[in-house]
Design a protein around this ligand. Sequence first.
Ligand SMILES: C[S@@+](CC[C@H](N)C(=O)[O-])C[C@H]1O[C@@H](n2cnc3c(N)ncnc32)[C@H](O)[C@@H]1O
Length: 335
Amino acid sequence: MAARAPGQTSGPDAPHVPVLLRPLLKAVAPVSGVWLDGTFGAGGYARGLVEAGADRVIGVDQDPLAAEMAEGWIGGYEGRIDLRQGNFADLDEIAGEPLDGVVLDLGVSSMQLDLAERGFSFMKEGPLDMRMSQSGPTAADLVNGMEEGDLADVIFLYGEERASRRIARTIVRERAADPITTTLRLAGIVESCLPRAKPGQSHPATRTFQALRIAVNDEYGALAEGLMAAERALKPGGMLAVVTFHSVEDRMVKRFIQMRSGGAGRSNRYAPEAPEDAPRFAAVTRKAVGPDDEELAANPRARSARLRVARRTEAPAEKIDRKALGMPEFQGRLQ
Ligand SMILES: C[S@@+](CC[C@H](N)C(=O)[O-])C[C@H]1O[C@@H](n2cnc3c(N)ncnc32)[C@H](O)[C@@H]1O
């Protein structure tokens, strides 16, 4: 998630300060040529890249809200920022040209969270929606349509919620009386299954809402596909920079960079390097980069953001088994 500004007011017109932009620009410098920002949001990264020297930035966001929000300012970047609606899983096709850099800043934006009618927040009453693309099945479709066991698996796998079975059982009982269509009703149902949060602990519905959001938007699938699409799209020497917001995604990005830079997955480390083992990337950041003290002081919500950067080599792209990235994969039926 980006767009967490110091003293930020809520609502879609709030000012936005992108998370980890400064360390990102430092790690990918010097910036030139054509870049793709696969998570355009409020456009903070895209503008940062243009100002750092990119000739052109192709902005991609699956949410039509991004274009709406950019209406007031994007004209000033005519020919420099070109915004397209789509999923970064297909970023090579959306770009349609070789790229000098790809940036991804994963998750939902604070604008999306702040809009009650999008249904992402368990603090605001709204329809149980959670679709970033505003199309396809909603969270309410899942909550009211899935079998109890599948629902419990989603809540456990994607939310790491230990009370997943109890929550799924209660959801199934409650929906039999009346379909669950709003955020606060679901939040109340989850709360009724868990002990009250102690001061400093997250809201009891946090993990269940996260799980549903990840499932509705196929967030891990999109990340795995997006990383492979970036491998196909980047020119030799091109940069890949990814900012994650929770540990599963960071682990996926870490494993991808390790595997693709020859650090893991080589068929036999004693044999001469075979063409299929040739590194596709070289790691630029040795460890994940988090916010520095200044950014943290200005914006405490940046605390879990992690940046990893890698540089593309000349070896041809190759499809990999996304299971190797260690992503939890739900095997049941979503509806
Ligand atoms: C954290 S915000 C990015 C904020 C942006 N870096 C900025 O500076 O304003 C994430 C954005 O990525 C979009 N997004 C998330 N997953 C996506 C995907 N798979 N394809 C395209 N857009 C996606 C969301 O709709 C949201 O607008």
